[in-house]
Design a protein around this ligand. Structure first.
Ligand code: ADP
Length: 665
C-alpha cells in the first residue's frame, strides 16, 4: 500500500482549497499550481508549496499535462488530485500521471474513457441492464435516419452532443418540421465546443427531476452508493442548487437507483468517487443520463448527510485501502442544501460575469462536528480593497454555501439565514435570486423539477421595483459614514450631529431603472426627508468592519454596508442587496449613463472593435470601442462631444478592468 505524503492539486479556486483542507487534516503536504491570473490566489496561499504554470488561458496552465506533471516531479509529490473540470475527466492525463510513476487520485483511464462519450456510455449501460431514456445512441448520423429515429421515439425529442457537457450542443425539438434546423445547430455547437459532431437522440421527458447517485469503489472490487442528490434546480440546463436526500423519494426507489449506479460502476471496473446521473419521472421511473468520473461540485451535500469526507475516501482508495464502510454501515442523517453563488446576472438570462470583488462576507462556519453551515470558496476580499478577481478565464463561481438540518425544513431555514449573512459587492451576482429561491413556497414544499426556474420565473425574478425607503436612507447614511470617517478620529463615536460645510441641510440624489430619488438631510439632528415628503430621524455609528455601520432609522435598527465604486452603490442590509447610482453633485455629469460611457474597460476583456480614429470629432453617445467580456459585448461611448486625443486599444487586445481605451479632449 502506497502511503501518500504529498499531493499536487491540479486545479484552482474552491475545489483546490477544499482538497487541501482534507490533505492538511490527514497530515499530507500540498502543492498548488497556478497561472498568471492566480499568483495571489487563496489556493496558492493555502498550499505548502506552489508551482507557476503559465499564462491565464487554461491551455497554457491548468490544461497543460506536461507542465503539471513536471511540477509534481519537481516538488516530489507522489500523487495528483485533479479536482473537477480542467483535466479531471481526461483519460490521457490519468495515463500520463501513471506513466510518470505518480498516483492519479481518480478512476483508471479505461473507466474515464468508457464513460467519456454519452453515446458509448449508454451502449455500455444498456448491456449492464441500467435503464436508459428511450432513444438512439448509435453511430449512424445521417439526417434522414436520425429523423426516422426521432419519429419512432415520438416528439418532443432531445438532440444531444455525444461529447457534450455544460449543456452545450443540446436542442429540444417539439415537431418534425424543426428537426433539420435543430440538428444542424446541435452539430455546429458540438463541433465548435468539442470538435466532435456526433449526436444522440433521446425522448425529451416532460418535467423530470435530475437525481444523481454518488458511488465509490475501491481497488479490491468493492463498491457502494452514498445515496442521492437532487440537482433539479437548473438554469441553462446547469445546476445552481442541490440537495440531499431528494425530497419525497421513496426508500424503494433510492435502493433501486443505488443498485443501478453500483452496477454501472462495476460494469466499467470503476475505482474512486463517481456520480451516476439519472432523470426521474413523476412515477419514480429513472433513466441513466451519464456518469461523471470525478468528484462533483455538489459533493458537500453528501458529506453533510453521511458525515464522511469524500476527499479522504478518494485518497484512501488511491493508496490502495479498502472502502472504509460497507453499504449496510451507510446511513442518511438529516438533510443538506448547497447553493452556488455565481458572478452572473439573473436578469440577463444568468449571463456569466467577472470583475474584482469589492466586499465579501460569508456566514460564520460551524465548528468542526456541528456542521450546520459550511462555505467552500477560493476567493476572498483582500484587506484594503485590493480584492480577488473573478476572472473571465475561469468558472464564474464565487462560493458554495452549504447548510445542514435535522430535516429539510430545518436545513432550508439555515440556508435562508446563511444567505442573509452573505454580502457581496463587485461583480453582479445571483445572491438575490438565491435568497428568493430558498423562500419560494413551491420550492419549500419540495415540488422540484428541471423546469422549476422557468416555471416560476415571475416569482423568482421579479421586475425591479422602486427602492425601499430604508434602502434610500441607508444609502445616504452609507455616504455620510464614508465622509464621517475622515473627520472622526474615534470610529465608535456617534456622528449624528456632524455638519457638512456648516450647512444645515444637504441633498442626495440616486437613480436606478425605476427613476430618480432625491432625499434631503438636515443637521444637526439628522432628519432625512424621503422623496415622498416623509421625514425620518436617523442615527448611525460606523461598525467594526470597514464600510459597515449600524443605523437607527425611525426607531428600526439596521446593520448595513454601502459599497461605492465610482457612482455605483451597492447597498446591503438584512438580506437585501440593491444597486443604485449616486448622482454626486461634486462629479456633476457622472450619472448612470456616463458610467456606461466611461472611457475605460468595464471589466477585463478583449477589444473587438475600434470605431474611431485619432483626431476624429465625436458626438456625445457615439460608440467608440467595443469590448467583449464573458461572451457579452460592452460598448464604450463618448460621454460628451470631443476630439479623440489618444487610442490605447487595438482589435484583439486583451485589456484589464479600468484600462483607459480612449482619451478625449
Ligand atoms: P451536460 O453534460 O451538457 O450537462 P446532461 O446530459 O447532463 O448535459 O443534461 C443536462 C440537463 O439537461 C439535465 O440535468 C436535465 O435537466 C436536462 N436533460 C437531459 N436529458 C434530458 C431528457 N432526455 N429529457 C429532459 N431533460 C433532459
Amino acid at each position: 500500500m502506497a502511503d501518500i505524503k504529498k499531493v499536487l492539486i491540479a486545479n484552482r479556486g474552491e475545489i483546490a482549497c477544499r482538497v487541501m483542507k482534507t490533505c492538511h487534516k490527514l497530515g499530507i503536504a500540498t502543492v498548488a499550481v497556478y497561472s498568471d491570473a492566480d499568483g495571489a490566489a487563496l489556493h496558492v496561499e493555502m498550499a505548502d508549496e506552489s508551482c507557476f504554470l503559465g499564462a491565464a488561458s487554461p491551455r497554457e496552465s491548468y490544461l497543460s499535462i506536461p507542465k503539471i506533471i513536471f511540477a509534481a516531479q519537481q516538488t516530489g509529490a507522489q500523487a495528483i488530485h485533479p479536482g473537477y473540470g480542467f483535466l479531471s475527466e481526461n483519460a490521457e492525463f490519468a495515463e500520463a500521471v501513471a506513466k510518470a510513476g505518480l498516483i492519479f487520485i481518480g478512476p483508471p483511464a479505461a473507466a474515464i474513457r468508457a464513460m467519456g462519450g454519452k453515446s458509448e456510455s449508454k451502449a455500455l449501460m444498456e448491456k449492464a441492464k441500467v435503464p436508459l431514456v428511450q432513444g438512439y445512441h448509435g453511430d449512424k448520423q445521417e439526417e434522414k435516419f436520425l429523423l426516422a429515429e426521432a419519429e419512432k421515439i415520438g416528439f418532443p425529442v432531445l438532440i444531444k452532443a455525444s461529447a457534450g457537457g455544460g449543456g452545450k450542443g443540446m436542442r429540444v425539438v417539439e415537431d418534425a418540421k424543426d428537426f433539420s434546423e435543430a440538428l444542424t445547430g446541435a452539430q455546429r455547437e458540438a463541433k465548435s465546443s468539442f470538435n466532435n459532431e456526433k449526436v444522440l437522440i433521446e425522448k425529451y421527458l416532460v418535467n423530470p427531476r435530475h437525481v444523481e447517485i454518488q458511488v465509490f469503489a475501491d481497488q479490491h472490487g468493492n463498491a457502494v452508493y452514498l445515496f442521492e442528490r437532487d440537482c433539479s434546480i437548473q438554469r441553462r440546463h446547469q445546476k445552481v442548487l442541490e440537495e440531499a436526500p431528494a425530497p419525497g423519494l421513496s426508500q424503494a426507489t433510492r435502493e433501486k437507483m443505488g443498485a443501478a449506479a453500483v452496477a454501472a460502476a462495476k460494469a466499467i471496473n470503476y475505482v474512486g468517487a463517481g456520480t451516476v446521473e439519472f432523470l426521474l419521472d413523476a412515477k419514480e421511473n429513472f433513466y441513466f443520463m451519464e456518469m461523471n468520473t470525478r468528484l462533483q461540485v455538489e459533493h458537500p451535500v453528501t458529506e453533510m448527510i453521511t458525515g464522511l469526507d469524500l476527499v479522504e475516501w478518494q485518497i484512501r482508495v488511491a493508496q490502495g485501502e479498502r472502502l472504509p464502510l460497507t453499504q449496510k454501515d451507510l446511513k442518511i442523517n438529516g438533510h443538506a442544501f448547497e447553493v452556488r453563488l455565481y458572478a452572473e446576472d439573473p436578469a440577463k438570462d444568468f449571463l456569466p460575469g467577472a470583475g474584482q470583488i469589492q466586499f465579501l462576507r460569508f456566514p460564520m462556519e460551524s465548528a468542526e462536528g456541528e456542521n450546520l453551515v459550511r462555505v467552500d470558496t477560493g476567493v476572498r476580499e483582500a484587506p484594503y480593497g485590493n480584492g480577488d478577481v473573478i476572472s473571465i478565464h475561469y468558472d464564474p463561481m464565487i462560493a458554495k454555501i452549504i447548510t445542514w438540518g435535522k430535516d429539510r425544513a430545518a436545513a432550508l431555514q439555515n440556508m435562508q439565514e446563511a444567505l442573509d449573512e452573505t454580502y457581496i459587492a463587485g461583480p453582479k451576482s445571483n445572491i438575490n435570486f438565491l435568497r428568493t429561491l430558498v423562500r419560494n413556497p413551491a420550492f419549500k414544499s419540495g415540488k422540484v423539477n428541471t423546469h422549476f426556474i422557468a416555471d416560476h420565473h415571475h416569482a423568482l425574478l421579479p421586475e425591479r421595483v422602486v427602492p425601499a425607503q430604508e434602502t434610500l436612507v441607508l444609502s445616504v447614511l452609507g455616504l455620510l459614514t464614508q465622509r464621517g470617517e475622515q473627520v472622526s478620529a474615534d470610529p465608535w463615536s456617534s456622528l449624528s450631529a456632524w455638519r457638512i460645510g456648516g450647512n444645515d441641510t444637504d441633498k442626495f440624489k440616486f437613480k436606478d431603472e425605476t427613476g430618480e430619488y432625491a432625499l434631503a438631510v438636515s443637521y444637526p439632528n439628522l432628519t432625512i426627508t424621503l422623496p415622498n415628503g416623509k421625514a425620518v430621524k436617523a442615527h448611525y455609528t460606523p461598525s467594526s468592519f470597514d464600510m459597515g455601520f449600524e443605523a437607527q432609522v425611525d426607531g428600526h435598527k439596521y446593520n448595513a454596508v454601502v459599497c461605492q465604486n465610482g457612482t455605483r452603490l451597492t447597498v446591503m442590509y438584512a438580506g437585501h442587496h440593491e444597486e443604485l447610482t449616486y448622482l454626486d453633485p461634486l462629479h456633476a455629469g457622472e450619472g448612470a449613463d456616463e458610467v456606461a460611457g466611461k472611457l475605460t474597460a468595464p471589466m477585463p476583456g478583449k477589444v473587438v472593435a475600434v470605431r474611431v480614429t485619432l483626431g476624429a470629432k465625436v458626438k456625445k453617445g457615439q460608440p467608440l470601442v467595443i469590448v467583449e467580456a464573458m461572451k457579452m459585448e460592452h460598448t464604450i461611448t463618448a460621454p460628451a462631444d470631443g476630439i479623440v486625443e489618444a487610442i490605447n486599444a487595438n482589435v484583439g487586445d486583451q485589456v484589464n478592468e479600468k484600462h483607459e481605451l480612449i482619451a478625449l479632449k
